[in-house]
Design a protein around this ligand. Structure first.
Ligand code: ADP
Ligand code: GLC
Length: 479
């Protein structure tokens, strides 16, 4: 089965969040199970420079108003990639979607429409490559792939995965003529969304199947509250909508071999984790103490992640006898809250504003617990990385967090099954009460150590979900 994966990010070539991790790891897991996968990406500088064995496979004349080339190559781990090398669209550094000011790049619609149009043609076999059986598009940036397939009467089956409904690819309707789509697609059962064009809606409406990244989120997004305006649209596609959990790459995240951490450890030999805790306290300027509960955050600092609430509870954590190590960036008000907390408690709170992949591994390895108090969370990968590194997640009971963490309820504790702490509704009071619950559990060393052990042995790889995707593709090809 030939699959074309279409996305704007792919770890390690270009990453702003979990989408990249998924697109970097899922294809490898699909290949292990026999599929033949190519990833199609925008030719950002880091994408082009990260590919080995690059070859031009096709020169193109009019792609979003300029010349472009299709380049093939492989990533370090052997993933087959085709990149759209279109300097007028993708040759810039920094965030792929936003200017430094935080404002969306003004030509996002042109860029990602052109990218999706070429993806559709590539999938249909227009550039001399054999056609693909299935094109699997991710998020709004690839939302128009199925729309262009439909517009060209292609027979390729299209799957769309929604990683985060908060990003809907909304643009003024005036862009339609510039992206080569007929006015006929601008109606309420097409791309029209409150008099604007939504690239994500295009994908939802025209794809043969829509997935999202956890079963709980698949249900939540069909409601008015969780649907963020798309509840009705998604409910109308209920029969072609499912949730398939993300996994993580077990080689990238492996505490036995991770070069970014201080001492190796595993479920069979967990002792090494303690050395990583001391190393983390030293590296981040925290008071060294093996008995002090060390909490961490590794995240985009946004209201989605509930970190505005946590920012108000740092004093509470410190007064209760805990430490906090934070790595993240995002909303300046949230950044400021944590910076101020670190200034106030210099030996107990350490804050690193920025994005740092090796430091993320180092913090996961050294922490006792991680906060993910998300208001909504399509899947979440940090709790999976945390569990793999024996770090107990403390999380909102939403989306994929609900599907991957077993709360330390009396029943779960009695069965020695708990892997974390979950709470619902995401309010300051409930978060504060959950922090207190974490302290009580930490003070019961046998219980805490069992939870840590449960995390270390919890399966977080891609294998079962890759199988689900393959079954989904196979089902579409039978129709
Ligand atoms: P989202 O995609 O919504 O941001 P996920 O939990 O799915 O959340 O994925 C986040 C990914 O980004 C994880 O791999 C996490 O380790 C990583 N990450 C988040 N913030 C940072 C940061 N500041 N530095 C390094 N890695 C980060
Ligand atoms: C999005 C979601 C996150 C999910 C990731 C990968 O960024 O916010 O929950 O894990 O995509 O699917």
């Amino acid at each position: 089965m030939r699959i074309l994966m279409v996305a704007s990010e792919c770890f390690p070539l270009i990453k702003t969040g979990g989408l990249a991790d998924v697109v970097g790891a899922l294809p490898l897991a699909l290949e292990t199970q026999g599929a033949d996968v190519t990833v199609f990406l925008p030719g950002f500088p880091s994408v082009l420079s990260g590919l080995t064995g690059k070859k031009t496979i096709k020169k193109l004349t009019d792609v979003g108003g300029g010349k472009a080339k299709l380049m093939s190559g492989r990533t370090k781990v052997g993933l087959s990639v085709i990149a759209l090398d279109a300097p007028h669209l993708f040759k810039f550094e920094g965030n792929p979607y936003q200017l430094e000011s935080g404002v969306d790049r003004p030509d996002n619609a042109i860029k990602f429409a052109a990218f999706s149009r070429i993806a559709a043609d590539l999938a249909s076999g227009k550039f001399g490559l054999k056609a693909f059986d299935v094109v699997h598009a991710h998020d709004w940036q690839a939302g128009l792939v199925s729309v262009y397939l439909q517009a060209t009467n292609s027979e390729v089956k299209a799957v769309l995965t929604i990683h985060n409904l908060a990003f809907q690819g909304l643009f003024p309707k005036s862009i339609l003529t510039g992206i080569g789509l007929p006015d006929e697609v601008f109606h309420k059962d097409g791309l029209e969304y409150w008099d604007k064009v939504s690239f994500l809606k295009g994908g939802v409406v025209y794809s043969h199947h829509v997935t999202t990244v956890s079963p709980s989120y698949a249900l939540e997004i069909q409601s008015d509250q969780g649907g963020m305006g798309f509840g009705g649209i998604l409910k109308s596609r209920q029969k072609a909508l499912s949730g398939i959990l993300n996994g993580i790459d077990l080689e990238v995240w492996d505490p036995e071999t991770d070069p970014a951490i201080t001492a190796p450890f595993s479920a069979d030999a967990p002792e090494g984790k303690a050395k990583n805790k001391v190393a983390l306290q030293k590296k981040m300027g925290l008071r060294v103490s093996k008995d002090t509960p060390l909490f961490c955050v590794i995240s985009r600092l946004t209201t989605q992640k509930g970190l505005d609430l946590l920012g108000d509870l740092v004093d509470h954590i410190v007064l209760s006898g805990g430490q906090l190590a934070l790595l993240g960036s995002g909303d300046s008000a949230i950044e400021d809250k944590f910076r101020a907390a670190a200034e106030k408690h210099p030996t107990e709170v350490s804050v690193q504003i920025g994005y740092d992949e090796p430091l993320a591994h180092f913090i996961q390895a050294g922490s006792d617990a991680i906060f993910i108090p998300s208001r909504f969370e399509p899947c979440g990968l940090t709790q999976l990385c945390a569990m793999r590194y024996g770090t107990v997640p403390i999380a909102g009971r939403v989306g994929g967090l609900n599907d991957t963490i077993i709360d330390a309820s009396p029943a779960a504790l009695a069965k020695s099954a708990a892997t974390g702490l979950l709470f619902f509704d995401i309010t300051p009071h409930n978060l504060s009460a959950t922090i207190d619950r974490a302290f009580s559990l930490y003070k019961a060393p046998k219980i805490w150590s069992q939870m840590k052990q449960n995390c270390l042995s919890h399966p977080v790889g891609w294998e079962p979900s890759a199988k689900d995707y393959l079954n989904l593709y196979a089902g579409l090809l039978e129709v």
